[in-house]
Design a protein around this ligand. Structure first.
Ligand SMILES: Cc1cc2nc3c(=O)[nH]c(=O)nc-3n(C[C@H](O)[C@H](O)[C@H](O)COP(=O)(O)OP(=O)(O)OC[C@H]3O[C@@H](n4cnc5c(N)ncnc54)[C@H](O)[C@@H]3O)c2cc1C
Length: 486
């Protein structure tokens, strides 16, 4: 008899784990509370417009290829990938910086802003490329069990990079504040302030400038559809509208889970739901981490999001646009140090229909706006609407056009929705940040220390936030389960 595994949730990490576990020969069932799979990466379709509800930046294409490659497939078996050119645009108060799709184009842009800056840029990205190779091929594929995992011949000679910060490094090489913000942007994906992120994570800069920004035609949800299709073709059973209400444990062994009131027995339980929530499904004595533990951790930001249908094509925008016309430092302080609604928020705007006509009706534009905010702050309709007005008036001014009268509809999503839709701790959008004290073996563990057959995966455990790390997290936990239960 094959051992049975119940997986809670169907985000990237859970779907990834399900495929590997099936490949190892387990009998795998996924239970997802929502109507559709994908977790934070679900899709909204409305009046002919298509929105990715969560992730929109497709970075590190090699990691997606490695995933599909492990099953004898390629991303091209499921979706068409385009490299975006330009990758993105950054609006500052008095200037726009465009990040091209090659290092040569990016160097030309850096020289325009700060003469002489292309040389240190190339050096910085060369080092980042080496870090990428070490991080992706040597460090990140470890299960986060012991500190010794981090000690490899390559990391041993780079120990200083774990104690210096990205912020310090960038400031040593570049003087222009706009270039500094440009180079600090990629580490925001790790969920913490650049001044709190080790230099080693400059591999994110290589992911950005070296590997480029890609777009799966039809949007990020195409990746979820691909993974669902792969999982089902392997024989994974996927149940949606199936909220798990309890994990029952006897003698330190998970015996069954309760799904919509029905109790079902499994040999192994794996949760891909937010780690904090997953532990609340256990009786208190089986939880590894206390409320005090979670409250002390640095969480990645939550977000205020707007999904907007425009009835015209917009001007002066690209597929990805960052609005850094206000203070990066002040906004970061309002997220991490002194949690409150930002006085003058930075924001991100995504218009996939600029490069992909399938995302909006003809002559229209699909717009997704994101303001990063502190997790757990007050979320009301009035606040949402106040911030919509703030960013729209800045958007109109900086891009030189009127858009308010061209809005067909707008939907918003914020802290309360993250909690309701995903059982997210304090409504975090993308998990627990990767800081020095929250890296690798210092993160919540993949394997429970208190329940012998209970495991966790996803952005609150190793390696951390983001789609590529979630794919890796699923692989790592599947390897551990196979090691202990085959
Ligand atoms: C707005 C936003 C923008 C982002 N942008 C990017 C980006 O551009 N690029 C990038 O790489 N990453 C981005 N990220 C991060 C990325 O989306 C996440 O890191 C990744 O999707 C997390 O996947 P996961 O498997 O950890 O969990 P999740 O996607 O959170 O999946 C967990 C699942 O568990 C389900 N669940 C919860 N409780 C239960 C229960 N009791 N029973 C059953 N099911 C349950 C939830 O419904 C959910 O489906 C973004 C995230 C957000 C929110």
């Amino acid at each position: 008899m094959k051992k049975t595994i119940a997986i809670i949730g169907s985000g990237f990490s859970a779907l990834s784990a399900s495929c590997y576990l099936k490949q190892y020969g387990f009998d795998v069932s996924i239970f997802e509370k929502n109507d559709t799979v994908g977790g934070r990466a679900r899709q909204l379709k409305k009046e002919g417009f298509t929105f990715d509800i969560g992730p929109s930046w497709y970075w590190m294409p090699d990691i997606f290829e490695n995933f599909f490659g492990d099953f004898g497939k390629s991303s091209s078996d499921y979706y068409k990938l385009d490299k975006l050119s330009p990758a993105y645009k950054i609006f500052f108060k008095d200037e726009v910086i465009t990040i091209g799709d090659t290092m040569d184009k990016i160097c030309t842009e850096f020289e325009r802003i700060e003469p002489g800056s292309s040389k240190p840029l190339r050096q910085f990205i060369d080092k980042a490329a080496t870090n990428y190779d070490i991080a992706i091929n040597k460090v990140v594929l470890k299960p986060g069990i012991s500190p010794f995992e981090l000690v490899t011949p390559e990391t041993a000679t780079r120990v200083d990079q774990f104690f210096k910060t990205i912020s310090g490094d960038v400031r040593k090489k570049f003087k222009n504040p706009k270039l500094i913000s440009t180079l600090e942007f990629p580490v925001l994906f790790l969920g913490a302030k650049p001044s709190n992120t080790p230099s080693f994570y400059s591999f994110m800069n290589y992911a950005d400038f070296g590997l480029g920004t890609w777009h799966p035609k039809g949007g990020m949800y195409e990746v979820i559809k691909a993974m669902q299709s792969l999982a089902e073709s392997l024989g994974v059973k996927i149940h949606t509208k199936s909220a798990v209400e309890k994990i029952d444990v006897e003698n330190k062994t998970a015996k069954s889970i309760k799904i919509n009131g029905e109790v079902r027995s499994f040999d192994i339980v794996l949760s891909g739901a937010d780690y904090h929530h997953s532990e609340t499904l256990l009786n208190e004595k089986y939880r590894q981490y206390s409320e005090a533990y979670w409250s002390k951790k640095t969480f990645a930001p939550s977000s205020l999001l707007f999904y907007v249908g425009f009835n015209k094509k917009l001007k002066n925008i690209e597929h990805h646009n960052l609005f850094f016309d206000t203070s990066f430092e002040t906004h970061a302080e309002e997220i991490y140090d002194n949690p409150q609604w930002p006085e003058d928020p930075l924001f991100y705007a995504n218009f996939p229909s600029v490069t992909d006509a399938s995302m909006a009706p003809k002559g229209s534009e699909t717009g997704f706006f994101l303001i990063p905010i502190a997790p757990g702050i007050e979320d009301t309709d009035a606040i949402r609407s106040q911030y919509f007005d703030i960013i729209m008036s800045r958007f109109e001014r900086l891009t030189g056009q009127d858009v308010l009268n061209n809005i067909i509809f707008k939907e918003s999503f914020c802290v309360k929705d993250f909690i309701k839709e995903y059982n997210s701790y304090k409504g975090n959008a993308y998990g627990m940040a990767n800081t020095l004290s929250q890296t690798a073996f210092l993160r919540p563990k993949l394997k429970s220390k208190k329940v012998s057959n209970l495991y966790f995966t996803g952005q609150l455990t190793v390696p951390g936030p983001g789609v590529p790390p979630s794919l890796i997290s699923g692989k790592l936990v599947a390897q551990l389960i196979n090691k202990y239960h085959h």
